[in-house]
Design a binder for this molecule. Structure first.
Ligand SMILES: [Mg+2]
Length: 120
């Protein structure tokens, strides 16, 4: 019980700062993960696609109804699956974020942000 209270306290402290590091998020996500380890990557990939569908669904409803739906919450769910995929691959979420920006900045410098292909 002590550990749970400590985790809750750390979560609330991070929340009150309004920013959280990728590493802290990844650790927090890990502490809430429940799934069979033997099927971890498949489970997480399916969850990621499912949550991405929920993002699309909320945006669809916003278009249809003209009312606000909590898209950000679903984006958070997508982030959780990304963090856990990184964890299962023993990669830091922050490193994935850095590598992604480095790739995109490189494309921007080369005038290759548009177009297609992983190796632009
Ligand atoms: Mg969701």
């Amino acid at each position: 019980m002590q550990k749970l209270e400590e985790e809750a306290k750390l979560f609330m402290e991070a929340r009150n700062r309004s920013t959280i590091t990728a590493e802290k998020y990844q650790e927090g996500a890990k502490s809430t993960a429940i799934y069979p380890k033997k099927d971890a990557l498949a489970y997480l990939a399916l969850g990621l696609v499912s949550e991405a569908g929920e993002v699309a669904g909320k945006i669809k409803k916003k278009i249809r109804d003209g009312t606000d739906h909590d898209v950000a919450s679903e984006v958070g769910d997508v982030l959780w699956y990304c963090a856990m995929l990184a964890t299962e691959m023993n990669v830091s979420l922050g490193k994935i974020m850095d590598n992604n920006l480095e790739k995109l900045y490189g494309r921007k410098q080369r005038g290759k942000l548009q177009g297609s292909g992983d190796t632009r």
